[in-house]
Design a protein around this ligand. Sequence first.
Ligand code: SF4
Length: 263
Amino acid sequence: MINISSIKAHMFCPMSLYIQTFNDSEKSNEYQLAIEIKKLKIDIQDLIQKNMRKVKKEMSIAEIESELSENIDSFIKSNTNAIISMDLPIDPEQINEIIDSTYFNIKITALRIQQAMTIYKKDAFAIIDMFFPNCMYSYLLKDPQLELIGVCDKIEIVDGKYYPVTIKSTNPPLKGVWDQDAIELVSYAILLEDEFDTEVFVGFVDYEKINERRPVVMDVNLRKGLFEVIREIKEIIENKKLPNVKINPKKCNKCQYENYCIK
Ligand code: SF4
């Protein structure tokens, strides 16, 4: 089975997938940490959604923000402490990033809620579906025939249609989405179609640093691109084929395997 996390690594650099697969003893810890951070961010969203039920249309922006922020600090603190107690390598910068992005998200959400409450003349409770549609989080999808498995961050269901959503803490491109994010999303879309016997026409990347959602159309070219990537991954993982990559200083400087590669 090919895990979608392998697709992400391959899209960043095929060599990084090779190193991860055959030489990286630290891999499982970092992978586990990434999963725990993602889970925490999803739980924070849930808490904001719960807090939103108490927001009234006569509240000021400051009051809405304060309502949405209730228990957020203590929640982040207890959960990051739990991650530390699991001996996972989280550093203070990552914790600050979680706090900053949460409060940025709360500010933007407060503004949007206030505007929507004014337009619809309703309390937040009555318009909550606009902000938090019916959805499933961290949903495991797999297709034995395709030999593909992965956990989709979020699946939103609107009017019986399914929309895969991937949540990214990376910097977004100036427009559109990164190729690797589009390929990840189409892999969820294909698994989703099989799991729910449905068709998926569009998915979304949520770039949380700028609190922006960007759509990706699941067209034929993107689907073909995924199968090409899966073929290349099989060559690396199953046949241990060393990929032929060019050093790209811009990318390599940010890569955790830079020293390994130079050696
Ligand atoms: S250092 Fe560069 S070539 Fe090596 S794995 Fe990282 S991105 Fe790829």
